[in-house]
Design a protein around this ligand. Structure first.
Ligand code: NZQ
Ligand code: ZN
Length: 388
């Protein structure tokens, strides 16, 4: 196992009816900016619960944070915070609203042009240089409620870029699984697939000595395989909803990545597909993931075989045989979860995608991705072309 530090200061408040705890969690005598997305919170009762719990607080609202949140929109909130002397931000929404809020939090006191936080990937580590924030999660998927990262799109340059730092953990996140009842099926499917892929990015690498990490990762995968297809049909089932929400948080709250190698190339390529074609985040992962495992087969085959055996109960004559079956099973699961796994099924204009992505990665100096740093631009090209 490699050395690690495990730091996670988020107060994670889980369960039915827990939004009322905002009363105790929100800071007193502080003006609050309530951030939200396109308005789902007004239709499903979440907004009312938040307002009731925050009775007596001075609140300013900032809505309109897009799915795949835009830098240009978020900078408007930065101005409001500066003008209005706001001391705390409350994000009410899915990954996009929480990520957007993290960016706002980092940008307000940033010494320079905040676009650098994204384009130069400046880490936000100074707790005194951010506006503290909490979250009310409405969509289990990203793990943003208990991690310190985010992804923001810059409209002007059509770039989707990751950022983060240890000062960007939510102070608290309230996670009430009943909020998923109002989610469209498409978003439920996305949530399961995003969480599933988060585990694979940190698990499907090469054999190592972190035995417990493997078992924790496999248990999250197994649980998602078990409940994923039914939770999208039956989001009012609390047993399914609560396990789904906890799986999604556990998949990306930092725990399973400690002491192990990780990949993340599926995400890096996938972000380009969202930036180019606005394909939902999870759906880009379903397009790229299996083909990345095919192209990087020699690097990943041992772990693919282990995953196949332990998660899907696969048997086979050789490592290669089991690894190939594991990729097939993964694609089968993605299809079951409503994913269209070819780029051409998700967008019409895709012919130059590989050229575009390879050029971008070269410009950014991303010449060696993956757990062994052997995903070169040529490998990226092969993965993307295989995904057409
Ligand atoms: O905007 P509103 O009206 O709230 O509607 C949203 C949005 O249209 C809707 N929704 C959310 N909760 C709902 C609901 N509708 C009905 N009932 C509810 N309870 O769902 C739509 C999608 O929301 P969004 O927040 O965009 O989805 P998700 O949580 O999947 O977040 C995706 C974003 O997170 C980033 C992705 O790249 C993408 O930009 N990620 C963030 C990560 C992180 N911070 O660690 C890691 C991930 O890999 C991912 O990259
Ligand atoms: Zn993701």
């Amino acid at each position: 196992m490699t050395n690690f530090e495990l730091y996670n200061p988020t107060n994670y408040v889980f369960g039915k009816g827990q939004i009322s705890k905002l009363k105790e969690l929100a800071p007193a005598n502080t003006k609050i900016l309530l951030t939200y997305g396109g308005g789902s919170i007004f239709k499903n009762g979440v907004y009312e619960q938040v307002k009731t719990a925050l009775a007596g607080h001075e609140i300013i609202e900032f809505g309109g944070i897009e799915p795949n949140p835009r830098y240009e929109t978020l900078m408007k909130a930065v101005e409001i915070i500066k003008e209005q002397n706001i001391g705390f931000i409350l994000a009410v929404g899915g990954g996009s609203v929480i990520d957007g809020t993290k960016f706002i939090s980092a940008a307000v006191k940033y010494n320079g042009n905040p676009i650098e936080i994204l384009q130069k990937r400046i880490l936000t580590k100074d707790i005194n240089a951010v506006i503290p924030f909490g979250s009310i999660l409405t969509l289990p998927a990203t793990g943003s409620e208990m991690n310190s990262g985010g992804v923001i799109t810059i409209n002007e340059t059509q770039e989707k870029l990751a950022f983060g730092g240890s000062a960007l953990f939510p102070k608290f996140s309230i996670c009430d699984p009943t909020v998923i009842e109002s989610l469209p099926k498409r978003q439920l499917q996305n949530g399961v697939v995003d969480a599933f892929t988060h585990v694979l990015e940190q698990y499907l690498t090469y054999p190592h000595d972190a035995l417990l990490q493997d078992r924790i990762a496999e248990s999250i995968l197994q649980t998602l395989v078990e409940i994923g297809p039914s939770v999208v049909e039956e989001p009012t089932n609390y047993k399914l909803a609560s396990n789904f929400m906890w799986c999604a948080t556990m998949a990306l709250n930092g725990l399973i990545q400690k002491g192990v190698p990780s990949d993340w190339a599926t995400h890096m390529i996938g972000h380009e597909l969202t930036a180019l074609y606005e394909i939902d985040h999870a759906r880009t992962l379903a397009i790229i993931g299996p083909n990345l495992y095919r192209v990087m087969f020699d690097t990943k085959k041992e772990k693919l075989a282990q995953y196949g055996e332990r998660v899907f109960g696969i048997t086979g004559n050789s490592i290669e045989d089991k690894a190939e079956k594991a990729i097939e099973k993964t694609t089968e699961f993605l299809h079951k979860m409503g994913m269209l796994t070819r780029l051409s099924e998700n967008t019409d204009q895709f012919e130059n995608t590989a050229d575009f992505i390879v050029k971008r990665f070269e410009e950014r100096g991303w010449l060696a991705l993956g757990e062994k740093q052997n995903i070169t631009p040529e490998k990226v090209r092969a993965i993307v072309e295989m995904s057409y």
